[in-house]
Design a protein around this ligand. Structure first.
Ligand code: SF4
Length: 214
């Protein structure tokens, strides 16, 4: 099995709960959604096996920091054979904290949830695309008891129905440890207002853009 890879790089996590923490990012290529603002249309830089991915990541680990955070992101990682890849990373780099960021379309799959339950995968960030997917689809996720993870990070698109977040926040809080909204634009005021009115949610700002890092 080979994986299409957009890039592997070492930087700081710029969004959500782990903002500011050093992390190695594995960006897999390809997605099952087409968000208008997305930059993943360019072809993959290279293809490699799970073993080669492990080797490339291990080369990025800073000396004496084998417990570094490794973030598998995309594109959308769950459209690939992610179980093999996550297991290979966990087996070869057992001290690393392995996180996955997904758009949530395949979140309820037993394979993904089993990996998380057994701590082979240590963290799941879910970022549904309110305003890109229909409100009905987003609502079908929110009411599904198998749709769960560590962190829910909703990108705040002006076309999306923010009322869904208000309505389902208390229910989602039972299935996610952290709830974030993240403005798409630099107009943060609607998000600030929303969090003040709905304190179950927190504000996530894309720090990497503010400090101009990858
Ligand atoms: S879900 Fe993420 S990777 Fe997929 S098209 Fe949207 S922004 Fe891009």
């Amino acid at each position: 099995m080979v994986y299409p890879v957009s890039e592997i790089f070492y930087s700081l996590q710029g969004e959500g709960y782990w903002t500011g923490r050093a992390a190695i990012f594995l960006r897999l290529w390809g997605c099952n959604l087409k968000c208008p603002w997305c930059d993943t249309h360019v072809p993959p830089r290279f293809y490699c096996s799970a073993d080669e991915v492990v080797k490339a990541i291990s080369h990025q680990i800073p000396h004496d920091h084998s417990d570094i955070l490794v973030v598998i992101t995309g594109g959308e990682p769950t459209i690939h054979k992610y179980a093999e890849l996550v297991t290979a990373l966990h087996t070869s780099l057992p001290m690393c904290m392995i996180a996955m960021e997904t758009n949530g379309t395949n979140l309820a799959r037993p394979v993904l949830q089993d990996l998380r339950q057994s701590n082979i995968l240590n963290w799941i960030t879910v970022s549904p695309k309110l305003g890109v997917q229909s409100d009905e689809i987003i609502e079908s996720y929110f009411v599904d008891s198998k749709w769960c993870g560590d962190e829910l990070k909703v990108v705040l698109d002006p076309n999306g129905d923010i009322g869904l977040l208000r309505r389902y926040g208390p229910m989602l809080r039972h299935r996610f440890r952290h709830l974030y909204i993240q403005p798409l634009s630099e107009d943060f005021q609607p998000a600030v207002k929303f969090v003040k009115e709905n304190p179950l949610w927190r504000l996530s700002v894309q720090m990497h853009k503010v400090i101009s890092i990858a």
